[in-house]
Design a protein around this ligand. Sequence first.
Ligand code: NAD
Ligand code: ZN
Length: 361
Amino acid sequence: LENVNVAVANPYDVIIDNDLIKNAGHHLEDLVQQRKVMIVTDENVASYGYLGTLQEAISPITTDVNTITLPAGEAQKSSANYIRLQEELATLNYSRSDVLIALGGGVIGDLVGFTAATYLRGIPYIQIPTTLLSAIDSSVGGKTAIDLPQGKNLVGAFYQPARVLCDLTTFHTLSQSIFEDGCAELIKYGMILDSDLLNNLMTRDQPLNALSEDLAAVVKRCVEIKRSVVLEDELDLGLRQLLNFGHTIGHAIEQVSHYKVSHGRGVATGMILTQLMAEKEGLTALSLADRFNNLLNQYHLLDQVHVSKEHTFEDILAAMTNDKKRRGGEITEIFPESFGKCELKTITFDQYAGWLETIFT
Ligand code: NAD
Ligand code: ZN
């Protein structure tokens, strides 16, 4: 017996600071110098000037820069855009020593990441997340995807970026509502693994915002949690599934609303409904719900979604049957046990549907 251990790992840095885009020439020099660089962004992000600032910042280190500016919104995470980007790269003769930059929120990050994962079987890409949600969650960890009409994130790959620049300055132009979407993932991190983070959020004088003094520390904490989970379970076979707290129902709500409900709001509603299921089934301490509800309400995360009125239980269940996390006739769901602690539980889909139905009635 011969054994060859193929330990593949590509460590990368996540840099968190103000003015990173302005100083991208310095922060990306080793990755970008003398390369072709394709920057992909969306119209909002470009309109706030971040694209121009980035182009200017890297102009001393590379002259070969192409840009693609897509409209904003979840609909852009499409197979049509995926093919468009691939063809653009091929037309411009991009090689594996060139680089892509995703400048924007999770939509741009997921689309560009998946493009990078598959063009020439993989070309390096850099994440420059410009929303709180993408900074603390989607830009780190290497999950990339596009949506199909049949469901969200159905086609994708695990493919890690070469670097992540979380430029906190970009949060200044986020609307309150988009900032709050990020807070849904923040609360998720607290709920699954970090009661200190949750306490911090519950005991603040003012809700977290783009000007909070400890914003960098909070973002760093989330990235650390994500890092530790991904290091243990890059391919989402066990522990990493905790990060899907609220997401099974959340994705279904997003899909049923034709993405009018944002990812953050969908997840927040998913978290509270899962919490209610856990309570009804005796999986959690009863006292959790009020405080959890209050916290989500502080960030207006439950304002826009009135699940029982707008979407029937049947709609949501139908959307969930396409969920890729469902294996065979079973589903693994993440149930809160206490603040800072969630548990994975695999149950039959029929049982899950039954539990869900009881909280709709
Ligand atoms: P998004 O990319 O649609 O951005 C939200 C809105 O903010 C858009 O209109 C965008 O144009 C605008 N915007 C972005 N940066 C801005 C800025 N600095 N100032 C003003 N406006 C700005 O959405 P998102 O909430 O960032 O990400 C959601 C997506 O991320 C979903 O598709 C979700 O599935 C995905 N996601 C992926 C992972 C992962 O691990 N890959 C994790 C969580 C979420
Ligand atoms: Zn999410």
